[in-house]
Design a protein around this ligand. Structure first.
Ligand SMILES: [Zn+2]
Length: 71
């Protein structure tokens, strides 16, 4: 079942992404500013969202899910 602690908004976002992209990729933020998939510069909102640990953070340009790498 659904993990507690995840709000419906994040889950809904995942479902939409999964429905539209069968092979959605999760990539790290690189250099603190760029998408680890397509290497384009992230929007400020995407970078901040990923850094904040938001598991629903995405980069609209490539449709990838972002996570902030732990060093
Ligand atoms: Zn990308």
């Amino acid at each position: 079942m659904l993990a507690s602690g995840l709000d419906e908004g994040v889950l809904g976002k995942y479902r939409r992404i999964m429905a539209s992209k069968k092979d959605v990729t999760v990539v790290p933020v690189v250099h603190g500013t760029n998408c680890g998939g397509c290497h384009m510069k992230l929007t400020a909102g995407s970078a901040i969202s990923a850094k904040a640990g938001n598991m629903g953070a995405t980069f609209e340009n490539s449709g990838r899910l972002l996570f902030w790498p732990v060093n």
